[in-house]
Design a protein around this ligand. Structure first.
Ligand code: NAD
Length: 251
């Protein structure tokens, strides 16, 4: 049984020997940047709230209760001050060195691009792209965060960002009940099917269809780095249970 230091050393050797790898990550990649994940003990799903977060970030809830949706979204899902962690930075460097072919992420925070990664596939969209659901006009994040919305009976504004045409500005993030972008999915399948090595990190692998993409892997090495066990652990050739930062700072 190897300890984590030995496993990290082996990972370094595999990266060196391999032509390239694809990284598949989730919310755990950004916890070290100060953005909470969903399912850890201090994650969003374990906070006490009247309405479960899964319901708030669903398409139905967005349509029926936009005011409450944006209250939650702006305070719990957008972290404009977050900076890339050592994991984001190392992946960007490994891309420049020709080792990291692509990052496939379930995150919406844009931190891989902020670190300098170019080939990033955002399965669940991005907080930085927003559009009017009526006329399709694109908007930046600022429009969502500062949009006051309409004035309510008590004189306050409802905080729902609206377009000049009157339509609601919706973040281009995939809500529950919505489907993933076909072209991003297709490219992710192709990348995973053709890479010799897949490094998975910071994801509970509980969210589908994203987690289902892993079944397309045909290469020789699957590396899984996560703080907690996942349903995919037994498929890993190298399983490192620990913090991503402790691994990536050594690579
Ligand atoms: P998840 O919350 O279900 O799981 C995160 C996993 O990461 C957990 O198993 C946890 O043990 C592990 N983890 C946390 N910090 C870690 C660290 N430093 N090192 C190693 N492992 C660590 O997240 P998920 O699987 O990505 O699925 C949840 C959904 O939530 C995704 O769709 C994602 O888009 C969304 N989300 C995104 C962000 C973001 O953009 N930063 C934040 C929260 C949730």
């Amino acid at each position: 049984m190897q300890n984590n230091a030995e496993k990290i050393k082996l990972l370094g050797q595999w990266i060196e020997q391999s032509d390239s790898f694809v990284f598949f990550g989730g919310a755990g990649v950004s916890t070290e940047s100060g953005i909470p994940d969903f399912r850890s003990a201090d994650g969003l799903y374990n906070e006490k709230s009247e309405i479960p977060p899964e319901r708030i970030i669903s398409h139905t809830f967005f349509k029926m209760h936009p005011k409450e949706f944006f209250e939650f979204y702006k305070t719990k899902m957008v972290y404009t001050k977050a900076k890339p962690s050592v994991t984001h930075m190392t992946l960007a460097r490994l891309e420049k060195e020709g080792k990291c072919k692509a990052v496939i992420t379930q995150n919406i925070d844009g931190l891989h691009q902020a670190a300098g990664s170019v080939n990033v596939l955002e399965l669940h969209g991005s907080i930085y792209r927003n559009y009017c659901i009526k006329c399709g006009r694109p908007y930046d994040l600022d429009a969502v965060m500062t949009g006051k919305g309409i004035r309510l009976g008590d004189g306050r504004f409802d905080g729902v960002p609206v377009c000049e045409c009157g339509g609601i500005i919706k973040p281009d993030v995939v809500l529950y009940e919505e489907s993933l972008d076909e072209s991003v999915l297709k490219e992710s399948v192709s990348l995973i099917s053709n890479t010799p090595m897949l490094i998975i990190g910071g994801t509970s692998l509980n969210v589908y269809p994203a987690a289902g993409l892993l079944q397309h892997f045909r290469g020789s090495h699957i590396v899984l780095i996560n703080k907690e066990p996942t349903p995919f652990d037994e498929n890993a050739d190298l399983l490192i249970q620990g913090a991503l930062g402790d691994v990536f700072k050594e690579l």
